[in-house]
Design a protein around this ligand. Structure first.
Ligand code: IMP
Length: 198
């Protein structure tokens, strides 16, 4: 059977490897670097959906290839959904995770409501059509950081039904239950279905 080629509009090799592992050999996933693109595609929009679509569209427009892209945010109930789409630069433009975590804990210092969720949106543009896939994990924000694994807000997020933060879980455990895994699995299901009905 012909292999389906798709661009993942990302420079993050870890994410590219993760999605290749989930999709298996039936799909050839190409990262931005493989296209010779070393630009950071802008994420100027107010929603995860628009940012993910803009990144996928960038590849379609510049390279004429089917493409998908992701965007993730941590949405905290007591902060009306912030940091949300601003998660990477919550404490400023440096994308400094420690500063982001500190600002989040400061903003929540008087708050009893610690409910939050990670949300990943994947936008796929295939044969000129747009598709969106979402993965969410609900949980709670801790009082202080715990654990040295993972990245970003992992040390302050305990997923529902667990007692450890994402940063206290081995990556294999986090990656089985994560927001990104849920969204990627939905994308994978769609792509497999689409390739068998072609
Ligand atoms: P991105 O869309 O995957 O680049 O994620 C945007 C920002 O959200 C990152 O810079 C991190 O601060 C945060 N983030 C995304 N995914 C995770 C995660 O799995 N754990 C902790 N923080 C994350």
């Amino acid at each position: 059977m012909e292999m389906s080629r798709l661009v993942f509009a990302s420079h993050n090799q870890h994410k590219i490897d993760e999605i290749r592992a989930i999709l298996g050999p039936r799909f050839s996933i190409i990262g931005l670097k493989d296209l010779g693109c070393d630009r950071d595609i802008p994420e100027p929009h107010l929603t995860l959906e628009e940012n993910a679509l803009a990144k996928a569209r960038f590849v379609v427009q510049h390279y004429g290839l089917d493409s998908f892209a992701d965007d993730t945010g941590l949405e905290v109930e007591a902060l009306n959904g912030l940091p949300g789409v601003l998660s990477a630069r919550y404490a400023g433009h440096a994308k400094d995770s420690r500063a982001n975590v500190k600002k989040l804990l400061d903003d929540l210092s008087e708050q009893k409501n610690r409910k939050a969720r990670f949300r990943t949106v994947i936008a796929l543009i295939m044969n000129g059509k747009d598709y969106l896939f979402e993965g969410t994990v609900c949980g709670e924000i801790t009082d202080k950081p715990r654990g040295g694994l993972g990245f970003g807000y992992d040390p302050v997020f305990i997923p529902g039904g667990h007692t450890r933060t994402f940063a206290e879980m081995p990556p294999s455990e986090k990656n089985r239950i994560s927001h990104r895994k849920i969204a990627i699995s939905k994308l994978a299901g769609f792509l497999v279905q689409a390739s068998t009905t072609r």
